[in-house]
Design a protein around this ligand. Structure first.
Ligand code: ATP
Length: 338
């Protein structure tokens, strides 16, 4: 592992009391890429970011960020990184411009450079129109963008983004996604933690799925979707009496894969390969059979489905003692503690 990788972590261990937050986590993030660390609550994402950004110490393992050892050369690491979390660190009373100027001065830029950098960042994060408004008047997405901009004053080599869109509405999320793309386009390596599959999918070059402080699998977004079945067709029936007929029909169109049934919500869904063909064909056959439905559509798998597929249990469920996991993707499943 060399200059090709901006973040390398091997066998990270971290324990809080009797809670093993990280249990041998490995990461390798190629320079100039966006890497998604995807996992449910409590998977160990924040703990990893806090270790890699030198905020807390690891109990075991090794990590290098920007070419420097996280445990032995924390000051060198700190000089090369930016970090933003779920709680924006902006000052509400100040305007966007004043916030950025304040951070620029904290980083010892002289006033001319501070002004220039502030203007650049306001433009880069599409905040020029709101530059002279107080941050307290901002939407969640604008605030998060301002927060991102303020951690970019020195254009860090590596940026850690810990669940950057949690709590935002769809518009705010998409604004922050644009800002992250800008950041990556400028050459910054980004390690992004998220529990949204679509977010990891949209932004990352590679995604590691983690749970219980361990790697479950790692792939490109396309590879991961292939492994978990890609798009799904979903039909919500009108009348509970029709559900079996719909299951049969969906199974035929989806190439024989067994549809999942949510009998409470009258929902039937199954993975499909050719999405357009599948939806057209299901609609045609429903019409032919004179079956009425509330809804029909295509959707991406959820994080829960990813976990179900990879581990045999839903994301939020505690791990059981037996390890009936997907053999092709697990990397270290022995030694499970309930
Ligand atoms: P989330 O999506 O909820 O932020 P996460 O994947 O970031 O989850 P972590 O915050 O890293 O997960 O937590 C991993 C495990 O360690 C969890 O079980 C959590 O309860 C525990 N943990 C984290 N920080 C502490 C702490 N300071 N003291 C005790 N336990 C902790």
């Amino acid at each position: 592992m060399s200059a090709e990788f901006s973040v390398v972590a091997e066998g990270l261990q971290k324990r809080y009391g009797d809670k093993q937050a990280l249990d041998g986590l490995d990461l390798a993030v190629r320079r100039g890429t966006v890497f998604g660390l995807l996992g449910p609550n409590g998977a160990g994402k924040t703990t990893s970011v806090r270790i890699l950004s030198t905020l807390i110490r690891m109990d075991g393992g090794h990590a290098r960020v920007g070419g420097f050892d996280v445990a032995k050369e924390p000051r060198q690491v700190r000089r090369r990184i930016g970090l933003t979390g779920q709680n924006a660190a902006v000052d509400e009373i100040l305007t966007a411009r004043q916030n950025l100027m304040m951070f620029a001065r904290l980083f010892h830029l002289d006033s001319r450079h501070a002004r220039r950098r502030t203007d650049e960042l306001l433009r880069q994060f599409s905040l020029d129109d709101a530059a002279d408004k107080q941050a307290k008047t901002f939407s969640g997405g604008m605030r998060r963008r301002l927060d991102l901009a303020s951690s970019m004053i020195l254009a860090p080599e590596v940026m850690f983004l810990d669940e950057p869109t949690t709590g935002l509405d769809p518009r705010g999320r998409s604004e922050v996604w644009d800002a992250i793309r800008q950041l990556a386009a400028g050459g910054t390596t980004v390690l992004l933690t998220t529990h949204y599959l679509d977010e990891a999918d949209k932004l990352s070059h590679r995604i590691a799925v983690v749970d219980h402080g361990r790697n479950l699998t790692e792939d490109t977004p396309a590879g991961l979707k292939r492994a978990i079945g890609g798009d799904r067709i979903e039909v919500v029936v009108q009348d509970a009496g029709d559900i079996l007929a719909v299951v049969k029909l969906v199974a035929e169109v989806s190439g024989g894969s067994e549809p999942q049934i949510d009998s409470e919500e009258l929902r039937v869904h199954a993975p499909v390969n050719d999405r357009i063909h599948a939806i057209a064909e299901v609609a045609r056959r429903l019409q032919e059979a004179d079956l009425d439905v509330q809804d029909i559509g295509l959707r991406r798998p959820t994080l829960d489905e990813v976990f179900l597929r990879l581990t045999g249990h839903p994301a939020a469920a505690p791990r059981s003692d037996d390890t009936q996991t997907s053999p092709s993707t697990s990397t270290s499943e022995e030694g499970a503690t309930a």
